[in-house]
Design a protein around this ligand. Sequence first.
Ligand SMILES: [Mn+2]
Length: 433
Amino acid sequence: MGIIYVTGHRNPDLDSVCSAYGYAGLMNMQDGDNTYIPVRCGHLSESTRSILEQLDIDIPEYKGDIYPKVKDVMLNTEHLIDAEDPLTAVAAIYEKNNPSAIPVYDKDEFYGLLTVDDITNWTMRELSQSSKITKIPKVKDIMTPQEEEVTSEELFDEGRSILQKSDKRGLAVYDDDRYVGFVTRRCFLKSPRNNVILVDHNEPGQSIRGIETANIVGIIDHHRLDAIKTSQPIFICSEPLGSTCTIVYQQFIRNNRTPDSVMAKVLLTGILSDTLILKSPTTTGEDTVAAHVLASICRVDLEEYGLSMFSRVGGLKDREPRAAISADFKTYSENGVKIGIGQCEVTTLNDLNDYSTEYLDALNEIRTLKGLDWAVLMITDVIHEHSALICTEHRANKHLPYSPIDKNIYDMPNVMSRKKQLLPEIIHAVGDK
Ligand SMILES: [Mn+2]
């Protein structure tokens, strides 16, 4: 049985987390041979967490990277040898296979690793003193103490180098001071690859750290395609819909499954979040149909539920500006200009004046920190379908087709989508000389 992680992108928004949860749930029903684990590779914003908490699900756990670890290759055998056993007890184990190390227990506690070198060294020492071995020692009497150990979370490469540097054939593996297994040189012959399905993204730069060492076994997405080359044919479902959760819903239908009420609410949450309650121009007929079907399964009023979700997001003036901008910030490179575009949703733009300076300062800090040429923040009022744009100083500002409200702040009536409406204008503006 294999483990397949299902992860969204590094800024885990609702579509990303909900589609990972939903697709893993579907695949666990479809494929009994593998276990699909939904994870998130970034930290949740407060509002995203509070919306997920009312869904009655186990929120996908944080997984910072997908690099192979010592735990992926460590060995585990049952309790075979006791420290008090005579060395002859080891013979039976050697008849079966030729382990270079065997874990030894003292009653139920792990005692240490007996290595083939311990046995050889003892035998040689005995033979050098007399030509016959007369006395059989206890296992513990010939074991040499082990100074090095590794932890199960240690990176594969790091574990290999610790073992290479030690003069031992095997090392005990610990997890929080608890013995969990052991590794021998054989474990490190080939680096394993973790299996992963990418949802709501496909670009390696937006993915979980270490993605280049993993096997990508599937992609479910609604963004432009810029994926890593794979060595095997994989399942890809990429459609220009408003939300990845809509694609996941369609996968349920395609596999003759109906999401239950909890799952329906999870998928609905992702759809309403990404499509700004079906008002964003990225919304397609398929998103609308999916959202209505899901709302009827989980018995919620679509509009009411959507508004209750966005009301949890709260006003921008109560939030820490840098965190609020970083929660959904995407970088692009166009015409040699490095651009960052953040988006925040609000339920009113009336208080824009109260926080715009603070947010512009934070935007400038993020621009410097990320080495960008130009950073902008789109603040979208999801109720009135209206946005404002705060921009750091750049020559492209004067090419934007929006009317200025204040210095470096622009009014964008009816603009809701970063991808579909703002991004083309931004690309156009940096292209204009
Ligand atoms: Mn999405």
